[in-house]
Design a protein around this ligand. Structure first.
Ligand code: PAF
Length: 311
């Protein structure tokens, strides 16, 4: 496994592989890797000849009062996870490599970035879209892998790839959960034991709504109420909303197409997000719907193989 810190050295090496016709898979990350990242890497290793993982805590996607400075870092453990998982190359740039002096061009996502996290974290998706576009231009992958836990991020990136004709296939990989249901996240490391227990109400609520949906409940208000009745241990509920799985438009009334039930909440000082997909059986799925739900519906991932599963 090779590690590159500069764009020049990485692109020189990758161009050789590209001209040999090898398929390049890419997993962009901010490090502090966990089993959720491991699942993305495994998917890439299975589908591609070369897997590149970037580790870059992107300052452009953090607000002024957010956790950029204390975002968890564990480079040695990240290297070890990548090596064992079959990663070919790690890209580990400094902030000045990605945003050199004089940098001034950003990618501005459209309405898909407006609600949910976009409303709570102004500028966040502009930062994500900008760095992902830059990383795509640097790595020039055939396929890039993102986790369903960041559902809106996936929607923003799919839309951006379509709108800007970026020559990369986007694969969404299902959320990986701890055996007790908590969605894996680098920010889980902020949770002390009491907050960790309280955080479980998020997945409990989502999975209760998912179970009701599986039993035939289609009323959006009742589905949200079912989830909300479990999500009582949070300090601030930022949103709990049903959204069209592809456009993220708000859903009212009956659910008759694939939707995502999305939640964000503060548990003490820690902000957590989670979601489940609700896909009515026998829905005529468009190609674009299929892009969003295919991985998530086909394979459901749960560390330890027990307990509640995401849709
Ligand atoms: O999901 C993440 O870890 C980040 O938002 C990403 C995609 C690596 C961009 O910085």
């Amino acid at each position: 496994m090779l590690t590159f810190r500069t764009i020049k050295s990485l692109t020189q090496c990758l161009s050789g592989y590209r001209t040999s016709g090898l398929r390049i898979g890419f997993v962009p990350t901010m490090g502090f890797l966990h089993d959720g990242h491991r699942a993305l890497i495994a998917e890439s290793v299975e589908r591609c000849d070369i897997t590149v993982v970037s580790i870059f805590v992107n300052p452009a996607q953090f607000g002024p009062t957010e956790d950029l400075e204390r975002y968890p870092r564990a480079l040695d453990a990240d290297h070890e996870l990548c090596r064992k998982a079959g990663v070919s190359m790690i890209f580990l740039p400094d902030a000045s490599e990605i945003y050199p002096p004089g940098f001034q061009t950003f990618v501005e996502p459209g309405p898909v970035a407006g609600p949910l996290c976009g409303a709570v974290r102004p500028g966040h998706f502009r930062g994500v879209a900008t760095v992902v576009t830059k990383l795509f231009a640097i790595v020039q992958p055939d396929v890039a892998f993102f986790g369903q836990k960041d559902f809106q991020q996936c929607a923003v990136i799919r839309q951006m790839v379509r709108d800007l004709n970026l020559p990369v296939e986007i694969v969404t990989v299902p959320t990986v959960r701890e055996p007790d249901g908590l969605a894996m996240s680098s920010r889980n490391s902020y949770l002390g034991p009491t907050d960790r227990k309280r955080a479980l109400c998020l997945s409990r609520g989502l999975l209760a709504a998912q179970a009701a949906f599986a039993e035939g409940e289609r009323d959006s208000g009742r589905l949200i109420a079912i989830a909300q009745s479990q999500i009582t241990a949070v300090d601030q509920l930022q949103y709990l909303e049903l959204r069209d799985a592809q456009t993220l438009e708000a859903i009212h009334g009956l659910v008759d197409k694939p939707v995502a039930l999305c939640v964000a909440a503060m548990i003490g000082p820690t902000r957590l997000i989670d979601n489940v997909l609700l896909t009515p059986p026998r829905t005529a799925l468009s190609d674009r719907d299929l892009e969003v739900v295919s991985c998530a519906v086909d394979r459901q991932v749960n560390v330890g193989g027990q307990g509640s599963r995401p849709s």
